[in-house]
Write a protein that binds this ligand. Structure first.
Ligand code: AMP
Length: 685
């Protein structure tokens, strides 16, 4: 069944924005050959305070031989994103339309927010930011769970031209501090805490640790604005604002019946303030600051192969039109649909497809705070049923973990409102694809396996639901404006069937412009390997029908449950432990997470390798990077397989990790007896 081609159902295709492969091909060709005209028509749907200068719609250099790399769209134009996403929609008569259905961690906590209320809250909070001294170009760090104040905070930044830098609220205080230091954040927005499943996380405590670490490094976060989320949940009629147009919030600190007392929230009177207190007297209107097309919109950090995170910078006009267009076509969004992307806003998927893309299309979305497993393993299906979701966008790791519980949990619910299913974050294996297609999508929905990256801003290789015949596991064809190539080691283009480095030949509007305050690193990371191309860092295969299949990272990066991490990042945490002399981390296939971390550890002379050390190392990685980065295996390695020049041969370590004795050529190793030793010490996992 996996090698069958699945055609879009005719009812879906007939009503779709893009109805056939022929239409797709025509549109794609125009977008490549005449990008000015293609994107210019789309840009007309938005409000521009000043238009693009003549002949300045699109310019770029992708070739280091010809000078510095740059990408510019709509130079000279100015606009404001929050104005386009909110004021424009309210003015068009959609003020009462629901922008977000908020579904809390506990099924009894839910609320909703209309476009009108979202505009008002955004303006009020923009005024709060102004009162804290935030000006155009200042960086605002956001460390929040999936609550309505999160998109409000982001949109308030865009209202006044501040640059938001959202940090996933599962990151440790070290990771948060590192990101705030790099971006020189002036303000931090957070919550007192959050329930994630049955677990209480005290976010403000983590923020305090992070702000102290920032201070030690000679930077100071001037203000910290805190949403009283826990208290609001505990006492909806008491403390804490409710940015909502109705709903039900009845559970809170004691929501899980575990009798936890109200936690102690650390506080600094000179620096910290409560969101709801600041909002009380804030003006409900705020004139938008007009922003130039290429002014920064946000910074989002992603792992870099050297270990230090990269501050991917996206700008205003190009990102807006690309987020809007991918959302419309890839999810085939129509005005009465209810869209649900399960990604956390802390990742790029949440930025583009929880916040910017849906609001730019005046869509109604679900904003979900919880996890797929709480209170039961049927939570996703119950939410789809509850809100009559029409597009459901999630990750292969979530699909695989839910498959384990069998089909009956899915069948309990009415999922017939679904029309399009989406997958993102890693290659989807055909078994998971077929389960998603047949059971969740009742054999009628199209699946959009969307390949993209933090750097690309939006989908770059993806099927279109009404047009593209699907092959399970293939991300299929490029989106409008995207021109992929496969290159061999020497940079030669591979025509037809073949496998190689996935690169792009020209920019599309939504791609990153630089790495924050480090254009040099931007150029060397993405444009130095093959001059003239943007290098994704992924490999891909093209089959005889021209379909693209992503084969995974070709650099030292790992993808654990859709979270990208570098081996260097984890290794540097492990070697910080006083008992560790050396560490090498590789990925091992994992049935649910896709990949997991497999760590080889060489203890210092005189230190014994024991269970306690294993536990300490796992804990250290959790604390330093975040719980999602916890290693699955710690393998005692008295030595590592190294070449004579001292380079660790990870290819061999990957074989040892999966127990495959067929390790290939070992003649370049300084000491090949280490391979046998490592096989002997392989833990039973
Ligand atoms: P991130 O920048 O964290 O969103 O991670 C981007 C990386 O995730 C890509 O470079 C790919 O390795 C992987 N990825 C994302 N979506 C897909 C997909 N649909 N198929 C295969 N790999 C994917």
């Amino acid at each position: 069944m996996a090698d069958r081609i699945y055609y879009p159902k005719s009812a879906l295709a007939e009503a779709a924005h893009c109805k056939s492969m022929e239409q797709y091909k025509q549109m794609h060709e125009k977008s490549i050959k005449n990008p000015e005209e293609f994107w210019g028509e789309i840009a007309k749907q938005f409000y521009w305070e000043t238009p693009t200068s003549d002949n300045k719609f699109f310019s770029y250099n992708f070739n280091l031989n010809e000078g510095d790399i740059f990408i510019k769209w709509m130079e000279g134009a100015s606009t404001n994103i929050s104005f386009n996403l909110l004021d424009k929609n309210v003015k068009c008569g959609n003020g009462d339309k629901i922008a977000f259905y908020w579904e809390g961690n506990d099924p009894d906590d839910y609320s909703r927010l209309t476009y009108r209320k979202l505009l008002e809250e955004t303006c009020k909070f923009a005024n709060v930011l102004k009162s804290k001294g935030v000006e155009k170009g200042d960086r605002v760090a956001i460390y929040m769970p999936m609550i309505l104040e999160l998109p409000i905070a982001m949109l308030a930044c865009t209202r006044i031209g501040a640059v938001h830098s959202v940090v996933f609220a599962g990151y440790s205080s070290d990771s948060l501090a590192e990101r705030m230091l790099d971006s020189k954040a002036k303000v931090l927005i957070t919550t007192d805490g959050v329930w994630r499943g049955p677990k209480l996380l005290l976010l403000k405590t983590i923020c305090d640790e992070a702000m102290a670490k920032v201070k030690v490094n000679n930077h100071e976060v001037e203000s910290c604005i805190v949403v009283s989320h826990l208290r609001r949940l505990a006492n909806p009629h008491g403390g804490g604002s409710t940015a909502t147009d109705g709903g039900n919030i009845k559970n809170g600190i004691n929501s899980n019946g575990n009798g936890a007392n109200e936690p102690n929230i650390p506080w600094d009177d000179d620096r910290d303030c409560w969101w709801h207190e600041e909002m009380e007297d804030a003006e409900p209107s705020c004139y938008p600051v007009w922003i130039s097309a290429e002014d920064p919109l946000f910074i989002l950090y992603t792992s870099g192969s050297t270990g230090k995170p990269k501050g991917v910078l996206h700008t205003t006009a190009g990102y807006l039109i690309y987020a809007a267009t991918t959302f419309k076509y890839v999810f085939d969004y129509k005005p009465n649909d209810v869209f649900w992307c399960t990604a956390d806003i802390g990742w790029i998927t949440g930025h583009t497809y929880v916040v910017y893309g849906p609001l730019a299309n005046c869509a109604t979305s679900v904003l979900f705070e919880g996890t797929p497993f709480h209170p039961q393993n049927d939570r996703y299906w119950s939410v789809i049923d509850k809100y009559k979701v029409s597009q459901f966008y999630t990750a292969p790791t979530a699909i695989r973990s839910l498959m384990k519980f069998g089909d009956s949990l899915v069948k309990k619910y009415d999922l017939t409102t679904l029309r399009v299913l989406g997958s993102v974050g890693e290659p989807i294996n055909s078994e998971a694809w077929l389960w998603f297609y047949n059971l969740v999508g009742h054999g009628k929905c199209s699946i959009a396996d969307t390949f993209w990256q933090t750097e690309t801003g939006g989908h770059v290789i993806t099927p279109l639901p009404g047009a593209t015949p699907m092959k399970p596991g293939s991300a299929t064809f490029p989106f409008f404006g995207v021109l992929p190539e496969l290159l061999d080691e020497d940079g030669k283009i591979i025509e037809g069937e073949g496998e190689g480095y996935l690169v792009f030949r020209q920019p599309w509007p939504g791609m990153m412009r630089t790495l924050y305050a480090n254009h040099e690193r931007f150029q060397t990371t993405y444009f130095d390997r093959f001059h003239g191309y943007y290098c994704t860092g992924d490999g891909a295969r093209r089959d005889a029908d021209g379909y693209l299949w992503i084969t995974g990272r070709i650099d030292d990066m790992l993808n654990v449950s859709g979270h990208l991490m570098s081996t260097a990042e984890v290794e540097s945490v492990l070697t910080e432990h006083p008992a560790v002399a050396e560490a090498a981390v590789v990925s091992k296939p994992h049935p649910v997470k896709g990949q997991c971390l497999y760590c080889f550890i060489t203890p210092n002379e005189g230190r014994k390798f024991e269970k306690q050390l294993e536990d300490e190392l796992k804990k250290k990685v959790r604390e330093k990077i975040g719980p999602f980065a916890q290693p699955d295996v710690i393998h005692h390695a008295p030595g590592l397989p190294k070449t004579r020049s001292g380079k660790i041969m990870r290819r061999i370590l990957r074989k040892i990790a999966i127990g495959d004795r067929n390790v290939g050529d070992t003649s370049t190793l300084a000491d090949d007896s280490i391979v046998d030793t490592l096989f002997q010490l392989r833990p039973q996992v």
